[in-house]
Design a protein around this ligand. Structure first.
Ligand code: SAM
Length: 325
């Protein structure tokens, strides 16, 4: 019986206690963190509020926000296993049109406590708000820090298909041998993963939930089965569900009662193997390649436009993907 099957009927505890395997705390993460022993969590993965005034937060003084985050980060570092990792996923704080990247603002909270950054992963997604006074934001970052140099990282669990698997060394002592790793290649630090909007199979009531596959890459490479994964800002439980899907122990805190209830349901579904997910590694949907009728321009060509307007863009896109007109 696999780790997943053996845990199907497990209860979701509402408080941390030694011996539990899944904990969903309905309250302030600082209260959950206080109960967790030092050096016990292998992976902290989270996306905190950005102080933007979204439905689940109140926009306040930015320095106070940073001080609040600093306090929580300090506690997360205390509970982190010496071989463990913290992945803090953030975007931008925007005030009066000025963009302040939160990774830059929060970096000192980790660095000044002796943690070392291993990657600053760019999460690129294709959809979001359209800006008119700056470029539309289409990426956020994941700051990956470790507590020591002796950290766990299982690259083989997250390799992706090679671009040219048949490529061989053409000179030197290895001439004629395949040059790439048969297990696949390192996925790199730019991850193209759709965000969870509209008709995404994982969409819930939460406006900013993690795609499960984004967390899965971190869980698989930075933890072993049975390790604790913690999300202090659990939302609808995506990180916990990703952990449970791979036989890890999972805990998280969430203030909003509705999100807690959805999280509870999703974790149970993950535990039973029935949670709807977008499969890890699935190629990103490309409407032009799929021949979607909506990719055909509906407006007449306007010769008066200085550079041919949208036609020029669409024609070059069509040529790129060799779509038959
Ligand atoms: C960006 S969302 C995280 C969404 C999550 N990654 C998911 O996949 O659903 C941040 C969440 O933190 C919650 N939150 C805000 N302050 C909190 C606190 N002090 N303790 C616990 N949760 C909090 C919010 O209600 C919100 O759901």
């Amino acid at each position: 019986m696999g780790a997943l099957e053996s845990r199907r009927d497990e209860q979701i505890a509402s408080k941390y206690r030694k011996g539990n395997s899944i904990v969903l705390f309905a309250g302030d993460c600082i209260d959950l963190l206080r109960d967790i022993p030092d050096d016990s969590v292998r992976l902290v993965v989270t996306s905190p509020p950005y102080n933007l005034g979204k439905s689940y937060e109140r926009k306040g003084d930015f320095d106070k926000y940073l001080a609040w985050q600093d306090k929580i980060i300090e506690e997360c570092i205390r509970v982190l296993h010496p071989q463990g990792s913290i992945c803090w996923q953030v975007g931008n704080y925007v005030h009066d049109g000025e963009v302040i990247p939160l990774d830059i603002a929060l970096y000192p909270s980790f660095k000044l406590r002796g943690l070392k950054m291993r990657n600053r992963i760019i999460w690129h997604f294709e959809h979001g708000l359209h800006c008119s006074r700056r470029l539309s934001g289409r990426h956020e970052t994941i700051m990956w820090f470790t507590k020591t140099d002796d950290y766990l990282f299982n690259l083989d669990t997250i390799r992706v298909p090679q671009k040219y698997p048949g490529k061989k060394h053409f000179k030197g002592p290895k001439a004629g041998q395949f040059s790439c790793n048969p297990l696949g290649k390192n996925p790199g630090d730019v991850w193209v993963i759709p965000n969870v909007k509209n008709n995404h199979v994982e969409k819930t009531v939460h406006p900013c939930q993690f795609p499960i596959e984004l967390v899965e890459r971190l869980v698989l490479s930075m933890t072993e089965p049975g390790d604790w994964v913690l999300d202090p800002f659990a939302g609808v439980g995506s990180a916990l569900a990703a952990a449970v899907r791979h036989g890890r122990r999972a805990m998280g805190a969430e203030l909003d009662k509705e999100y807690v209830s959805v999280a509870r349901q999703r974790i149970s579904q993950a535990n039973s193997g029935v949670l709807p997910v977008r499969t890890m590694g699935q190629p990103v949907y490309d409407p032009a390649r799929s021949g979607k009728s909506l990719t055909t321009q509906p407006w007449p060509k306007d010769e008066n436009q200085p550079i041919g307007g949208q036609f020029v863009l669409l024609d070059s896109a069509m040529a790129k993907y060799k779509v038959k007109k």
